[in-house]
Design a protein around this ligand. Structure first.
Ligand code: SF4
Length: 311
């Protein structure tokens, strides 16, 4: 089965239906020890180097070029120039489902057409399991760090739906005390231990914004996928995303928000709007290179927990 690299959310159900297997190249970064010299955002700079040096083996690459990240657009072109067969995928900023449908048909052509339409239904069912798991997490039945590791891997379903299903069923339910209920918004932290650190400091992360986008969208054919993924919040205007966030935060009974931002990422510019529009205490942190959560950030998380307990 052809391994297809993806640089951000690309409907995995379509990739599997084309008898290919998606591989989210971002999932290599938090554990990576690479420190690229020519970089803006470390996420794109590291996957670019790993792909060019063939440390990540793929047959083709899909770069999400519209509605997501301009660093990925440029670094994706460098990978294309190094000889990797590459397709550029565009989400509509205005949510135009017909435009997205035309993009999905182009993607299907690139992947060699749909050969296994049963995969749509299979992935829909798997995503329902992921959504149930997310619900259990915010109801204090599943450890937030364990839930995050599964949710973040739902962008590519671990390249293997059976493996993903087993990973979900291996999670044990417990009664977890959720004292300070926190939403983690923005791009995911580049630190591999971030959720465990937060948990050890009694900050229970009960919402992960981007991974939740991975499991909440789906569809059983290209038309349905287009009509659902056109509401992928990261590709839409900020106001649309904030409206969605407000509902999710309320539903999850959130006490405070951690806004993670990445060095040299345009999402950093959204911080002031998020702080103004979300009616919760907000802690903004910024990361750069992968590794363990730095001590300075741990201290800020601790101070945030104290502030939440006082409020
Ligand atoms: S963190 Fe920002 S700049 Fe980096 S890959 Fe994600 S969206 Fe792009």
């Amino acid at each position: 089965m052809s391994k297809i690299g993806i640089t951000a959310l690309v409907p995995p159900e379509l990739i599997f239906a084309c008898d290919c297997s998606p591989l989210d190249v971002n999932n290599f970064i938090p554990e990576s020890r690479k420190y690229p010299r020519n970089k803006l955002c470390a996420w794109t700079a590291i996957w670019k180097e790993m792909l060019i040096q063939k440390e990540i083996r793929i047959e083709s690459l899909i770069v999400v070029a519209g509605g997501d990240c301009h660093n990925a657009l440029v670094d994706g072109q460098k990978v294309a120039m190094s000889g990797t067969r590459t397709h550029f995928f565009f989400y509509p900023f205005d949510g135009d489902a017909e435009y997205l449908e035309s993009q999905l048909w182009r993607l299907s052509d690139f992947l060699g057409d749909i050969k296994n339409p049963d995969k749509f239904k299979e992935i829909t069912n798997l995503k329902k399991l992921g959504q149930d798991m997310d619900k259990k997490r915010y109801n204090g039945k599943i450890n937030p760090g364990e839930a995050f590791r599964i949710l973040i891997s739902s962008s590519d379903l671990q390249s293997d739906p059976d493996k993903f299903r087993k990973a979900i069923s291996s999670i044990r339910e417990n009664n977890i005390e959720l004292n300070s209920r926190v939403a983690l918004i923005g791009v995911p932290p580049i630190y591999h231990d971030f959720h465990d650190v937060a948990q050890s400091l009694d900050l229970a992360i009960v919402f992960d914004e981007l991974p939740y986008e991975f499991i909440r969208h789906g569809g059983n054919n290209i038309r349905e996928i287009a009509r659902d993924y056109c509401n992928y919040t990261f590709a839409r205007p900020l106001e649309f995303r904030i409206n969605f966030l407000q509902k999710e935060l309320e539903k999850r009974n959130i006490d405070g928000v951690i806004h993670y931002t990445q060095f040299a990422c345009h999402h950093m510019l959204e911080d002031e709007v998020i702080r103004k529009e979300l009616d919760y205490p907000v802690l903004t942190i910024q990361g750069d290179l992968p590794g363990k959560t730095p001590e300075q950030i741990k201290l800020r998380l601790e101070a945030f927990r104290e502030a939440l307990l006082r409020s």
